[in-house]
Design a protein around this ligand. Structure first.
Ligand code: FES
Length: 95
């Protein structure tokens, strides 16, 4: 799905997963990668990769915790949905 080297430590990256689909990969540490559906639960805008310690939505500025996807500030009514991924050698793959 993506190369581990393409996901910066302390930030993340949007990756294409086929069709029109994307995942937001975040990398809180060298060895840990998590993935979220990047569609904002408010109105569906694709959120930005983490910057300054938060994932933000460019449309109405909802903010999400990159460690959990939880809402830090609205208007999003809920957090980002997590998708299970694992690191397999140099790659990040769907679990
Ligand atoms: S679409 Fe993301 S906050 Fe409105």
């Amino acid at each position: 799905m993506a190369g581990l080297a393409d996901v910066p430590v302390g930030s993340g990256a949007l990756v294409d997963i086929g069709g029109d689909g994307q995942l937001l990969l975040v990398r809180p540490s060298e060895s840990e990668v998590r993935a979220f559906n990047p569609a904002c639960p408010h109105q569906g805008t694709t959120v930005n990769p983490p910057a300054g310690g938060t994932i933000s939505c460019p449309t109405h500025r909802s903010a999400f915790d990159p460690a959990t996807g939880a809402v830090l500030s609205g208007p999003s009514p809920r957090g980002l949905a997590e998708v299970a991924v694992t690191v397999s050698g140099p790659d990040v793959v769907l679990s």
